[in-house]
Design a protein around this ligand. Structure first.
Ligand SMILES: COc1ccc(C(=O)/C=C\Nc2cc(OC)c(C(=O)O)cc2Cl)cc1
Length: 292
């Protein structure tokens, strides 16, 4: 049940909703105090109406060509799919969904996550040291390895979806556009995620299928570059120019900040434009920079 408490907080069952701590295309995240266990949570608040409006006429799924079940395009169904995915995840480098409050009478859908105290990392114009980037990147590798093992492609890997705990460790968040697959990998055709982090094969005109795992590896490469340089390797305010750079331009490492040859080697192997040649997760785990 929802009520306004004395101090102007929204009371949601045993949760007292406080300040807004996160915001994105998905909706907002508020700090939530749980009176039952005297601890704080991150409450992600989704509006069902907003989800439907956002999908608009695009909500109609294209006819699937080869009889595969297209991912639910009905935005509400997508959220319930995301919740089902989140409920089965249990790993130190992945956010943990604790509870869902979904009152059918209510427009809002509430997802209570364990609080990752320091929030999302954002090296924007403030690069991390190579040691810090190494520590964060290792957590990301373990988290993605777990997701791929659970047959999930994240598809929106980027620093703002990485949350930092008081213990200095990273948890991967936001499964809003993730894909679940059967078998060893999934063949995708739609472009999803954040433009600066999209892999070239998902942008090329020839709409052949492309492998899901390699998309996460590419985005991890962009993320590692961002950790160290404070900006993305491919940037343009014009989306078509950005796509062209991702498809055509080589990765450039400027003189500053100085980074090791080892990490440059790893980044270039993750940003191989040919997904067939791109380094795989097991190979990343063996790379000299990761194992140093
Ligand atoms: C300064 O202190 C802060 C402490 C925690 C936060 C914070 O948690 C922010 C976003 N959180 C989340 C977002 C998600 O998606 C977009 C998902 C998901 O859907 O997987 C889960 C979580 Cl937890 C922010 C500031």
């Amino acid at each position: 049940s929802i009520s306004e408490s004395r101090e102007g907080y929204t009371q949601l069952n045993q949760y007292k909703l406080k300040d807004e701590i996160g915001k994105g295309s998905y909706g907002i995240v508020k700090l939530a105090y749980n009176e039952e266990d005297d601890s704080h949570y991150a409450m992600k608040i989704l509006s069902k109406k907003r989800l439907i409006r956002k999908a608009g006429f695009l909500g109609r799924p294209p006819p699937s060509r080869d009889g595969r079940r297209p991912p639910p395009n009905n935005p509400i169904e997508r959220v319930y799919k995301e919740i089902a995915i989140l409920k089965k995840l249990d790993h130190p480098n992945v956010v943990r969904l604790v509870e869902v409050v979904d009152d059918p009478e209510e427009d809002n859908l509430y997802l209570a996550f364990e609080l990752v105290e320091k929030g999302d990392i954002n090296p924007m114009d403030n690069p991390f040291s190579e040691d810090l980037a190494w520590s964060y990147f290792r957590d990301v590798v373990m988290g993605i390895e777990y997701l791929h093992y659970q047959k999930i492609i994240h598809r929106d890997m980027k620093p703002s979806n990485l949350l930092l705990g008081d213990d200095g460790h990273i948890k991967i968040a936001d499964f809003g556009v993730s894909n679940e697959f059967t078998g060893t990998d999934v063949y995708l055709t739609n472009t999803a995620g954040t433009p600066h982090f999209m892999a070239p094969e998902s942008l090329s005109e020839i709409k052949e299928n492309f492998r899901g795992k390699a998309l996460d590896i590419w985005a991890m490469g962009i993320t590692l570059y961002f950790f160290l340089m404070g900006h993305c390797p491919f940037e343009d305010h014009n989306i078509l120019a950005l796509h062209n750079k991702i498809l055509k331009d080589q990765v450039v490492f400027l003189e500053k900040p100085v980074i090791s040859e080892n990490v440059k080697d790893l980044i270039l192997k993750m940003l191989d434009k040919n997904p067939e040649n791109r380094i795989t997760l097991p190979e990343i785990k063996e790379h000299p920079w990761v194992t140093k």
